[in-house]
Design a protein around this ligand. Structure first.
Ligand SMILES: [Zn+2]
Length: 300
C-alpha cells in the first residue's frame, strides 16, 4: 500500500499531537469531506487549522477518487474527526461529496482498514461517521458500502458499489382527487449511471437492478384529514405500468402535508423503470409543491 506522506503533500507542522496505542484502537470510522473531489489535502488542513482552530488536519488518512491515499495524522495520533471516538477510532476521509465514491476510492479505504486490523492484531469495528454522531457524513452512497461490510472489489470492480441517483422537483403538479399522479423530477443532483432516464421526467431507476429508495413530497391545498397514498410503479418501455409495493398511507394535516416514502429493498426487471406516484381522496384538487427522491441502485 502506497501512502503519500505529509512531506510529499506539503503538510504544515502540527501545533501539538497526542498519541494512542494500538490496544486502544477499536474502531475505523469513514467520512467524506463534502467538498469537491479536486480539493487538495493541504487546503483541508488549512481549513481545519485555521477556521476550525485545530492542531492539525482532523483525519488520520484521506483517500481521493483516484484511490490515492494521503497520510493525515497517521495511525496512532489522536484525531479530530468524531467527538468521543478520536482515541478509539481511526478516521478516514473520502475527498468528495455523496455519490463521488469510486471503486478505486473504496478499494483504498478497504486497504487502510485491512492494514489497521493487521497492525492492531484484531478486527476493528467498521463505522460511518453517522453511526457515532448526528451527521449525514459519509453520505448515503459511502455509508451503504460501509454497512454492506466494506466489500473489497477485486476482478470485477463495480459489483458491490451502488449507483447513486438523486433528483428533485422543479415545477408544481396538480393533484386531483382520486387520481394517481406520477411525480416528475425536473432537477438532477446526482446520477452516476444515467438512471434518470428522460431528462426532467419521472423515471429515476432503470431495470434490471436491485434498489433502495426514499422519496419526500410536500402537498398543499388539501382539507385536514384528507387521506393520501403513495407507491412506486414499474413503467414498461411498452407503456404499461405495474403497481408495486409498498403502498403507504397518510393523512393531510393543517397547512402543508409531508409524505415520507421508503423502499428498503426491491427489484426492477429488465425493460422497466421505477416511478413514484401519489393519490389523494379529498373533494378538491391539491398541489404537489416540492419533492425529492434518492436511490441506491445495484444494476444486475
Ligand atoms: Zn465525518
Amino acid at each position: 500500500m502506497n501512502i503519500i506522506s505529509r512531506a510529499e503533500w506539503g503538510a504544515r507542522r502540527p501545533r501539538s499531537r497526542s498519541t494512542v496505542t494500538w490496544g486502544r484502537r477499536t474502531e475505523f470510522i469513514v467520512h467524506y469531506s463534502e467538498g469537491p473531489t479536486t480539493q487538495s489535502v493541504r487546503s483541508i488542513q488549512d481549513f481545519h487549522m485555521g477556521t476550525r482552530g485545530w492542531s492539525d488536519i482532523g483525519y488520520n488518512f484521506l483517500v481521493d477518487v483516484h484511490g490515492r491515499i494521503y497520510e493525515g495524522r497517521g495511525w496512532l495520533v489522536v484525531g479530530a474527526h468524531a467527538p468521543g471516538h478520536n482515541t478509539s477510532g481511526i478516521g478516514v476521509c473520502m475527498i468528495g461529496q455523496d455519490g463521488d465514491a469510486t471503486p478505486a476510492a473504496t478499494r483504498s479505504i478497504r486497504a487502510l482498514y485491512d492494514e489497521a486490523c493487521r497492525r492492531a492484531g484484531r478486527n476493528l469495528a467498521k463505522l460511518g461517521h453517522r453511526d457515532v454522531y448526528a451527521t449525514s457524513c459519509p453520505g448515503d452512497q459511502l455509508y451503504a458500502w460501509v454497512r454492506a461490510g466494506m466489500p473489497a472489489e477485486k476482478e470485477k470492480e463495480d459489483d458491490d458499489m451502488p449507483d447513486y441517483v438523486s433528483v428533485g422537483m422543479n415545477a408544481r403538479q396538480d393533484l386531483p382527487p382520486g387520481e394517481w399522479v406520477t411525480v416528475n423530477w425536473g432537477k438532477e443532483y446526482a446520477d452516476s449511471a444515467h438512471h434518470h432516464w428522460d431528462k426532467g421526467g419521472p423515471s429515476f431507476i432503470i431495470g434490471p437492478a436491485r434498489y433502495a429508495l426514499t422519496a419526500n413530497v410536500q402537498i398543499e391545498g388539501l382539507a385536514p384529514g384528507t387521506e393520501l397514498q403513495a407507491r412506486v410503479i414499474e413503467h414498461a418501455e411498452s407503456g404499461s405500468d405495474i403497481a408495486t409495493g409498498p403502498l403507504a398511507e397518510y393523512v393531510a394535516s393543517n397547512g402543508a402535508t409531508f409524505l415520507h416514502y421508503n423502499v428498503a429493498a426491491d427489484m426492477v426487471p429488465k425493460g422497466y423503470r421505477v416511478r413514484f406516484q401519489v393519490v389523494q381522496y379529498g373533494s378538491k384538487t391539491g398541489r404537489i409543491t416540492d419533492g425529492s427522491a434518492k436511490g441506491l441502485v445495484w444494476s444486475t
